[in-house]
Write a protein that binds this ligand. Sequence first.
Ligand SMILES: NC(=O)c1ccc[n+]([C@@H]2O[C@H](COP(=O)([O-])OP(=O)(O)OC[C@H]3O[C@@H](n4cnc5c(N)ncnc54)[C@H](O)[C@@H]3O)[C@@H](O)[C@H]2O)c1
Length: 348
Amino acid sequence: MVTGSSGLIGSEIAVFFARQGWQVHGVDNNQRAVFFGQDGDTRWNQVRLQSVIPKFVHHEVDIRDRERIRELIEAERPDAIVHAAAQPSHDRAQAIPFDDFDTNATGTLNLLEANRRSCPESPFILMSSNKVYGDGPNRIALVEHERRWDFADEPFLDGISETFPIDQCLHSLFGVSKTAADLLVQEYGRYFGMPTCCLRGGCLTGPNHSGVELHGFLSYLVRCNLESREYRVLGYGGKQVRDNIHSRDVASFIWEFVQAPRSAAVYNIGGGRENSCSILEAFSKVGSITGREQLWTYVEENRIGDHICYYSNLAKAREHYPSWEITVPLDNALQEIVGAWRNRLGQA
Ligand SMILES: NC(=O)c1ccc[n+]([C@@H]2O[C@H](COP(=O)([O-])OP(=O)(O)OC[C@H]3O[C@@H](n4cnc5c(N)ncnc54)[C@H](O)[C@@H]3O)[C@@H](O)[C@H]2O)c1
């Protein structure tokens, strides 16, 4: 069972597991269109899934609806639950604090408790976020290069690991609701001994994102490029660094975890250093694929608590699951995103 099945990650998980012969149940109520308006609508992706996965079952259920979630999980008793439904935006949360917390924290609790009561042996994987680390990474010494920031010193040259502190820093309300969910998932592992996993995502990307200004960095950036929309860079000179992982590589990690689950596991999951880029670097990369110059404006004020430089240390994920590897380099991911947007915008 996949929550958020019409979104970027949920849809990739659905396709990946269906290809391995699994029957996939998706849970999504197109809440992304409520959070972000028409451009965030994910209904098209639900329709795509229903056409590419013959036995896909869509459940139009809100994860905040405790009773319906309870009944659904009791009825289906899924062999694994991948929880990718969320209010996913750092900045959007402050305007909708109750919707944000009810979705991210309480929605996760609804699923975990239903999981515990009906199928406690089934692995539960949460798509958590690197925002659990709040703005702590901004205290790490940095070097400023011409087009990007980077970490200056060991032990951060290979990125941020799971031992990085998560409290006594600024998170955004989104960061807090995701941290609450992350701790709940760990607790169901430790307290109840269930096979649970938190994946603290860097930038997750891929062709099936409904990117909007408030969420889906590369998808939105590519859309702006193709439609000659102005992209607003918010602070840090446009040199802020994100590590980008293709949704397929997230799906393959989850597949490995489901084959050999652990309890209360926590991994950082992102593109790592090799697949990181700054916004300025992303402009050049996308421009060289599309042949179009990026229109952009600069706003001095950065997003509150935004990371200046963040990339994931993938050592623990690789050590625990040695068959897993990043397979899609950033340039290839961008090619796919450009191709997908050209199709969706009728430019192909
Ligand atoms: N995309 C990223 O860069 C990124 C980074 C770190 C963590 N994550 C996390 O990964 C997960 C998936 O992200 P994504 O990029 O695929 O997001 P997405 O917005 O593309 O997909 C989420 C889906 O969940 C659905 N949804 C939202 N609220 C719901 C509710 N109450 N009930 C049922 N469905 C609901 C939405 O309609 C949407 O289709 C989220 O938990 C997000 O916080 C994403």
